[in-house]
Design a protein around this ligand. Structure first.
Ligand code: PBG
Length: 330
C-alpha cells in the first residue's frame, strides 16, 4: 500500500482542520500592555510603534472600556514620567500620588472588573535609564530590590491585582512577596519576568517611555549585567525555579518569538502559568514589513500569536491583542 498513511485527510477543508486544531487563540489569552502619560485627552502615537499610543489617564479609561467590550480583561501598565522627576533611586516610583498609582485607580474606576498588572522596575524613573540604582558603573542588586519591593507595595495599595517585576535583579521576587505579606496584601499576585533576555528587540519600547540607558561615563550602555545572555537556555530554567520558590505566581519569558524553545523548556519543567511577552520590536518589525507590502499583517500576526501559545504560553502579553481579538470576533 502506498502511501502507508494519508495525513492529508485531516487537512481536506476548514471544517476538518478546525475540528482537529490543537491550538486556538481566544481573547482570554491576552494581557494588554498600555503606556500612560500626564495630560488630558492625549492619544499620542509612538513613532516606532505604528497604531500604538501613549495615553493620558482620561483616554486610558476610554481604552480600557473598549478593551473590556472586546473581551480583553487584563492590562499591564507602564508609565512615562517627566525627566525632571527622574533620579538614581527612582524616588518618584514611590509617590503614592504618582502617575502609576493614579492610573491603577483610574482603570479600576472606569472598569472595575479589569485585572490590573503593573510594571515594577526603576528604568522609567531612573535618570540613567537602568532597572536599578547605579553606583560606580554597577547596578546595585540588593539596594535596588529594596526599592522595587516598596514600589510593589505602593502599587498594591493603589489597587493593583498583580505586580510584574521586569528588572531581573536577584532576590527581588522574595523581597516583594515578603513585604506584601507583612503589609497584609496576601492576595496581590506576582508575575515575575524570570527569563528576560538582554535583547535588542526592546528599542521601540524605550522610545515609547524614553527609558533607554543614557550615554554617560560610569553608566553601563546596556543591561547585560542583569538581563540574561541570549546564548543561554539551561539558565532560564534555573532562574524560573528560583522565582517560583521566591513566590512568583506567574513566570514570564521575554521576548517571544526568538525564545520559544525557552518557553517549551520551562513549560516542561514547571506547573505555574507561563506568560510570554511579544515585545515592541516584534510588533514594529511586522508593522514595517506590512507597510511595505512585504508581509500580510493579519495572517502573520495570527501565525505568530498561535506559535507563542503552541510553544506553551498560557498568557500572551502583546501589542497586537486588540487587532487579534477583532479578527477572532469577526
Ligand atoms: C524595563 C522593561 C522593558 C520592557 C518591559 N519592561 C525594556 C528593557 O528592559 O529595557 C520591554 C518591553 C517591550 O519591548 O515591549 N524594565
Amino acid at each position: 500500500m502506498y502511501p502507508i498513511k494519508r495525513n492529508r485527510r485531516l487537512r481536506t477543508n476548514e471544517a476538518i482542520r478546525s475540528l482537529v486544531r490543537e491550538t486556538i487563540i481566544s481573547p482570554n489569552d491576552f494581557l494588554v500592555p498600555l503606556f500612560v502619560v500626564e495630560g488630558k485627552g492625549v492619544k499620542d502615537e509612538i513613532p516606532s510603534m505604528p497604531n500604538y499610543y501613549r495615553l493620558s489617564i482620561d483616554t486610558l479609561q476610554k481604552e480600557v472600556k473598549e478593551l473590556w467590550s472586546l473581551g480583553l480583561k487584563s492590562v499591564l501598565l507602564f508609565v512615562k514620567v517627566d525627566d525632571k522627576l527622574k533620579d538614581n533611586k527612582g524616588t518618584e516610583a514611590l509617590n503614592p500620588n504618582g502617575l502609576m498609582q493614579r492610573s491603577i485607580k483610574a482603570v479600576k474606576d472606569a472598569c472595575p472588573g479589569m485585572l490590573v498588572m503593573t510594571d515594577v522596575a526603576l528604568d522609567p524613573f531612573s535618570c540613567y535609564g537602568h532597572d536599578g540604582i547605579v553606583e560606580n558603573g554597577i547596578i546595585l542588586n540588593d539596594e535596588s530590590s529594596e526599592v522595587l519591593a516598596k514600589m510593589a507595595l505602593s502599587h498594591a495599595k493603589a489597587g493593583a491585582d498583580f505586580i510584574a517585576p521586569s528588572d531581573m535583579n536577584d532576590g527581588r521576587t522574595l523581597q516583594i512577596r515578603q513585604l506584601l505579606e507583612q503589609e497584609g496584601f496576601k492576595n496581590t499576585g506576582i508575575m515575575a519576568y524570570t527569563a528576560k533576555y538582554a535583547s535588542s528587540f526592546y528599542g521601540p519600547f524605550r522610545d515609547a517611555l524614553d527609558s533607554a540607558p543614557v550615554d554617560l561615563v560610569d553608566v553601563p550602555k546596556d543591561k547585560k549585567t542583569y538581563q540574561m545572555d541570549y546564548g543561554n537556555r539551561i539558565e532560564a530554567v534555573r532562574e524560573t525555579l528560583i522565582d517560583i520558590e521566591e513566590g512568583a505566581d506567574i513566570v514570564m519569558v521575554k521576548p517571544g518569538l526568538c525564545y520559544l524553545d525557552i518557553v517549551r523548556d520551562i513549560k516542561n519543567k514547571v506547573d505555574v502559568p507561563i506568560a510570554v511577552y511579544q515585545v515592541s520590536g516584534e510588533y514594529s518589525m511586522l508593522k514595517a514589513a506590512a507597510e511595505k507590502g512585504w508581509l500580510d499583517h493579519d495572517a502573520v500576526m495570527m501565525e505568530q500569536v498561535t506559535a507563542i501559545k503552541r510553544a506553551g504560553a498560557d498568557i500572551i502579553a502583546s501589542y497586537f491583542a486588540k487587532d487579534v481579538v477583532k479578527i477572532i470576533n469577526g
